[in-house]
Design a protein around this ligand. Structure first.
Ligand SMILES: Nc1ncnc2c1ncn2[C@@H]1O[C@H](COP(=O)(O)OP(=O)(O)OP(=O)(O)O)[C@@H](O)[C@H]1O
Ligand SMILES: [Mg+2]
Length: 373
């Protein structure tokens, strides 16, 4: 399907520099929700902002949109500083759900309203095309009061898209859709974003959504961007324990171990006499207590020679495309989840040896959680 719209001739970069937000409410201590974010988003790039509830995602988006004042720092679109401009002058499209619709107008009229006021050419085709692609045909004649939350969400999204903004900010745009519509609309959103070239930030809790949409992923916690990189970089090379635990399904295994010098890179001893795992880490002294991260997908069960730890399978789940063996190690409390090939099967109490490629055994500082390399 084609649209009659031409993409913006110059997609714009979006640059955040030391962006800070401190909320001060009367009678309460002030609270720093965003603690100095730096991010350079390329023209036409889609960045997913992923992080737990309360980490400052919405606050960051609202500051960029001009719906919240900036305590300090700068926001640039292209080379234009916008942090002190009113929202309407920033040229940003915002798909926040709370955005008001006009109650007496139909969805279609609502979507056309702003475009007609600005005498945008091809407004009708644009609205019809985008609404069709977001599967909104059956709701175009309805009034806002008659919409479900998933429908309202699509109207908010369509409304942001039809304006064809150089910068698009979406806060949990698909959270109320059912699983299958969510997948389809997600795909369409990505296609539209590519086609129109909006520089986009999408906030989401959902890592599958973040991974599938994003050119780059910003993982945020406690007001700080913990890592900003492609989905593969974030998954394969986590900057710290928080990122390693937040991204990846099933969750990464976290164990406690002791580093042992082994000529060059250290080996890490796990449990009491269960064995050791090779690593590629060189910057840790012999005897250092470390936190070890190993993804279930990277664990290999087999008769390893030398490299590996002896574990006991506690239970085994056969899922469709793979199995999950939850295992215990003598001397430590934490279980280890191993993702196994679909054809394999394990019994409770079975003793096996578990290993992982050295470069996939991550070590973290036990106090700070920072990656040790
Ligand atoms: N107007 C406000 N006044 C005071 N504190 C606020 C205000 N708005 C947000 N906060 C606080 O700032 C922090 C970040 O909130 P924010 O809404 O940005 O989080 P979020 O990452 O979007 O979370 P969620 O995933 O739940 O939407 C929270 O601790 C929140 O309580
Ligand atoms: Mg939020």
């Amino acid at each position: 399907m084609t649209t009659t719209v031409t993409p913006p001739d110059t997609a714009q970069s979006l640059t955040l520099d030391k962006l800070v937000k401190t909320y001060s409410s009367r009678g309460r201590e002030s609270f720093q929700a965003v603690k100095g974010i730096d991010m350079a988003i390329r023209p036409g790039e889609l960045v997913a902002l992923l992080g737990p509830s309360g980490c400052g995602k919405t606050t960051t988006l609202r500051m960029i949109a001009g719906l919240e004042t900036v305590t300090s720092g700068s926001i640039r679109i292209g080379d234009r500083e916008v942090s002190q401009l009113p929202a309407a002058k920033r040229g940003i499209g915002v798909g926040f759900e709370s955005y008001a619709l006009y109650p007496p107008m139909s969805v279609r009229e609502n979507l056309l309203y702003g475009l007609k006021a600005r005498k945008v050419k091809g407004a009708e085709q644009m609205v019809d095309s985008i609404s069709r692609r977001l599967e909104m045909d059956d709701m175009m004649g309805l009034r806002p009061a008659g919409l479900s939350s998933g429908q309202k969400q699509r109207v908010a999204l369509a409304r942001a898209l039809v304006r064809n903004p150089p910068v698009l900010l979406l806060d949990e745009p698909l959270s109320h859709l059912d699983a299958s519509a969510r997948q389809r609309v997600r795909r369409e959103l990505k296609v539209l974003q590519r086609e129109f070239g909006y520089t986009t930030i999408v906030v989401t809790h959902d890592q599958v959504e973040a991974l599938s949409l994003a050119d780059r992923l910003a993982v945020m916690d406690a007001g700080v961007v913990q890592q900003f990189g492609t989905p593969d970089e974030v998954f394969d090379d986590p900057a710290n324990l928080f990122v390693a635990q937040f991204v990846g399904e099933p969750q990464i295994n976290v164990l406690h171990g002791v580093a042992r010098a082994a000529g060059g890179a250290v080996r890490v001893e796990i449990g009491s006499g269960a064995g050791a795992l090779d690593t590629t880490v060189t910057g840790v002294a012999d005897g250092t207590k470390v936190t070890v991260g190993i993804r279930p997908q990277d664990c290999v069960i087999g008769s390893a020679t030398g490299n590996g730890i002896r574990v006991t399978v506690a239970y085994f789940e056969h899922l469709l495309e793979f199995g999950l063996a939850t295992s215990t190690v003598a001397g430590i409390e934490e279980g280890i989840v191993v993702q196994t090939p679909a054809a394999e099967s394990y019994e409770p109490e079975q003793q096996v040896t578990l290993s992982a490629p050295a470069e996939r055994v991550y070590l973290f500082d036990s106090d700070s959680g920072e990656r040790l390399r």
